[in-house]
Structure formats: C-alpha cells, structure tokens
Ligand binder design. Structure first.
Ligand code: SAH
Length: 250
C-alpha cells in the first residue's frame, strides 16, 4: 500500500459537523495521530492504530506521522476545528521542511474542518459578517508583547475579533489584561460573545456588553468574539442575535 498523510479537522465537537471528506479519510486510515482528547473522538476499529499524545509534543507527533507514511501507512493527523487554525497542519509542514528530502514525495493533504469561531459566530448570529481577525491569546508560542500589539492594532483597524485559547489555569493574567485593554481602547458597549464548548452537550453562549465582560466568563473551552464598533444586537426572548452589517459607509 502507498502511504499518505491526511491532516484533518474534526470540527467543534458535534459528529454532524465532521465533513464527509474527513469521515472518509478516517474510514481508510491505518493510523490516527493527535492530542489525546481529539483522538478519543475517533471510534476504534480493527486495523486502526490510535496514537494519542500529549499537547506539548506537536513536532514529534508531526514527524511520527510523516515517518509512518514513509513506511507505507495511511495516516490521519487529527485536530479539533480546522487543522490549519492554531493546529497541526503548520506543525506537519514545519517537520516536512526540516525532515529528509524523501518526505517531499509523500502524498499529503489538508482537509478543512469547521473552526471554533465559525461555529460560535453561527450560534450568535453573524458577528463576523464584515472584516474580522483571529488572535490566539496563548503566549506559549509567542511573546505577550506581540499579542498586546496585535490587539491594539485590531481595535484601531476596527475589526471584529475572535480570540482562541483565551484563558488557562496556568496563565490567567493574560485575559484579564486583554479585557482591560479592550475596555479602555474601545470605550463603548459593543457586544462580546463568550461561546463555550460549542456544539457539545456543555455548550453555553453568553452575550454581554464589553464593559460587563469579566475574565471568569472564559476558559480554555471558550472562544471569545468581540464585535466591531458597529456590531449590533437584536434583543429577543429566544436570546439575542448579534450581527455586523455588511457595509461601513464612509
Ligand atoms: N484548530 C481549532 C483551534 C485549536 S486552539 C479550531 O479550528 O477550532 C483551541 C481553542 O479553540 C480553545 O481554547 C477554544 O478557544 C477554541 N475551541 C475549540 N473548540 C471549541 C468549541 N467547541 N467551542 C468553543 N471554543 C472552542
């Protein structure tokens, strides 16, 4: 058998948000590689070897995937959401670039998934309907000064913003600082969406005006969306609808 690597996104959680393409790749795989909770979402079956690993070993995991494919295995690397958004696809290409030249001949394909901000935006309405940006608030892989710079420039550019990895137990102070910067720089009542565990049984969506946003409203299972200055809220008994109009008139 010829080896291959499929770097796939499992979507935000719900089984019906896994694309048919990704389901096919999983059905054909001999090996599945990824972070423990994501590999746990793949049903075991005869002929399939699962390789769950810890979160901090992305490059080892990527090299392992490429090495297995080079031996003729059919390897699926799983991420949650989309594999190209703060996830494994970049790690695999970093490993490829640094690896043996023979790996360049491997059949490698990235298969997209529904990323957290899109699943969250859809639940809330259409907050990302005009220009927006996505920022990973974890300072594991970049200095906090860069996060803060991007945050300030995003406010200045008046983007709606989606924040991934907003807050963890090991670094609670970053999101405190993020909210302080936003509340000061925006100085308005724009809506903030705290979307936790979207599309899972633990799903919780809260919409609050920016001055009422507090750090405890987010954890590592939350994606936070902050509106642009013209983002609107339609109050409804069924829960508010948040949307950003398509146009900004000069
Ligand atoms: N590749 C993933 C993102 C990985 S980073 C994607 O495209 O979605 C992990 C972060 O994604 C979490 O800290 C959280 O901010 C966000 N996230 C992932 N799944 C989520 C979900 N079901 N609901 C809300 N946020 C989620």
């Amino acid at each position: 058998m010829t080896g291959w690597v499929r770097i796939v996104g499992l979507g935000p959680g719900a089984q019906d948000m896994v694309t048919a393409q990704v389901q096919d790749a999983l059905a054909q795989a001999s090996d599945v590689i990824g972070y423990i909770p994501y590999v746990a979402r793949v049903a075991p079956r005869a002929g399939l070897t699962l390789h769950p690993s810890d979160n901090r070993v992305e490059l080892d995991r990527a090299r392992h995937a490429l090495a297995l494919a080079a031996q003729g295995r059919q390897v699926v690397v799983v991420s949650s959401g989309d594999p190209g958004v703060f996830a494994m696809a970049s790690a695999v290409f970093e490993a490829l670039e640094a690896g043996p030249e023979s790996w360049l001949a491997l059949d490698i394909e990235v298969q997209p998934g529904i990323t957290a901000m899109l699943a969250a935006a859809a639940r809330a309405g259409a907050p990302l309907g005009h220009d927006f940006c996505a920022i990973n608030l974890s300072d594991n892989l970049k200095p906090w000064s860069l996060i803060e710079k991007r945050l300030r420039l995003a406010v200045e550019a008046d983007f709606a913003m989606a924040f991934y990895n907003p807050r963890s137990r090991s670094r609670p102070e970053g999101f405190v600082r993020t909210l302080e910067i936003l509340q000061q720089a925006c100085n308005d009542e724009r809506p903030v969406i705290f979307a936790r565990a979207v599309s899972t049984p633990d799903e919780d969506i809260q919409v609050v005006p920016l001055p009422h946003a507090t750090p405890e409203m987010a954890d590592m299972r939350t994606v936070v969306i902050v509106g642009a200055s013209n983002t609107r809220v339609i109050p409804r008994a069924l829960g508010p609808i948040v949307y950003t109009p398509r146009s900004v008139l000069s």
